[in-house]
Design a protein around this ligand. Structure first.
Ligand code: 1DF
Ligand code: MN
Length: 356
């Protein structure tokens, strides 16, 4: 897992800003250990963080070491892979696996820990605000505190919260606050809820390999079809993993959404202002986390616009220097490549512009 200096990516004319990078403070792992020790622990959580926190495998050990560090280990790994800036979020499921009381109490602590790290390494780290959707009012207040007191300009939500989706208007105070403070929401994957995990888990397909994308894509779609983006037209939602495959689905989504609305088949699928593909172009920003694949990146740029596709590594889960080489080598207009690696992230996260 270590990178020989000879393999380091070359100096390039752009800064590489990685936008879906994760951390986990020990204080959160202590809470996780208490949850895991209880009788009826969520099966997806047990199979995800329960695994990484206890497995002796090289992958798990590397991940835990990277997650816990907000200083020299992380910066060394960034230097080894040519990553200039990490945009860092509390790792999935963050506080969303906790009960409401614990989540609301711990969220500001998690954000303060990250803000401290950003203060120690202001040119290398940018922080995302974690929130507890279990209490939408508290989440809205934490967004305000994150922006005004901690200097953070984006929010992370790890998909569903105990099987509930942000398409439910009870969560829309969070959207209201995010729109008002101009903070994009990174809709990051979570372990599958127990209502859908079994057919995936049986085959080992519940995690980042496939289940994450299915569930997070579903979540993004539910937000679109709920009409939330008509209510909050300026809201920006970031989704990773090449848009959780939604760009590739767009034609079929548009066709079947229109046909289903017209047939009045579902109360939950009412007429809304735009087609799914139009919301993708106006309200979504996509990162290539986990997908170092030129064709997929170009397809997505062509579909939603070069100003809406950004670079991400997904450290420490996908720590792969070869992928940086691959992305540097993409045959792409220099300005578009700069947008991908640097300037889109500077705009979206309000990172001061700097030369490479
Ligand atoms: C994994 C992948 C875990 C991603 C993650 O957080 C994560 C994994 C717990 O491989 O188990 O963020 N990912 O985004 O691809
Ligand atoms: Mn991730």
């Amino acid at each position: 897992m270590s990178t020989p200096a000879a393999n380091r990516p070359a100096q390039v004319p752009y800064r590489r800003i990685a936008t879906e990078e994760a951390f986990a403070p020990q204080e959160m792992l202590d809470i996780y250990n208490k949850i895991l020790a209880k009788g009826d622990v969520d099966i997806g959580f047990k199979n995800l963080m329960g695994f990484y926190m206890s497995s002796p495998s090289e992958r798990a050990q590397h991940i835990m070491r990277g997650l816990l560090d907000l200083d020299q280990v992380r910066i060394q790994h960034m230097d080894d892979t040519g990553v200039d800036v990490q945009v860092i979020a509390l790792t999935s499921p963050g506080v969303q696996i906790m009960d409401k009381e614990t989540a609301v109490a711990f969220t500001p602590t998690a954000n303060d820990i990250l803000a401290e790290a950003v203060r120690r390494h202001p040119t290398r780290f940018v922080g995302m605000i974690a929130v507890a959707p279990q209490d939408p009012s508290a989440a809205a207040k934490e967004i305000e505190r994150g922006v005004n007191k901690l200097g953070m300009n984006s929010v992370v939500i790890n998909s569903h919260t105990h099987g509930e989706y942000l398409s439910d208007p009870k969560f829309w105070e969070i959207f209201e606050a995010a729109e008002a403070h101009d903070t994009p929401i990174y809709l990051h994957p979570n372990a599958l809820p127990k209502s859908m995990i079994m057919p995936f888990l049986e085959a080992g397909l519940d995690g980042a390999i496939y289940g994450f994308g299915v569930e997070t894509g579903l979540h993004a779609l539910r937000i679109m079809t709920s009409g939330a983006l008509d209510r909050f037209p300026k809201l920006q939602i970031i989704i990773g993993h090449m848009g959780e495959a939604l760009p590739f689905w767009a034609y079929r989504l548009d066709y079947m959404h229109a046909a289903t609305v017209k047939s009045k088949r579902y109360d939950s699928m009412k007429p809304i202002g735009k087609k799914p593909s139009e919301y993708m172009k106006s309200n979504f920003i996509i990162t290539n986390s986990g997908v170092a694949w030129e064709q997929a990146i170009k397809f997505t740029q062509d579909f939603i616009g070069v100003d809406r596709v950004m670079y991400a590594m997904d450290y420490p889960y996908q720590f792969a220097v070869e992928e940086v080489h691959t992305l540097d080598a993409m045959k792409m207009d220099a300005a578009d490549k700069m947008a991908f690696f640097q300037t889109n992230a500077e705009r979206v996260f309000k990172i001061p512009h700097a030369k490479a």
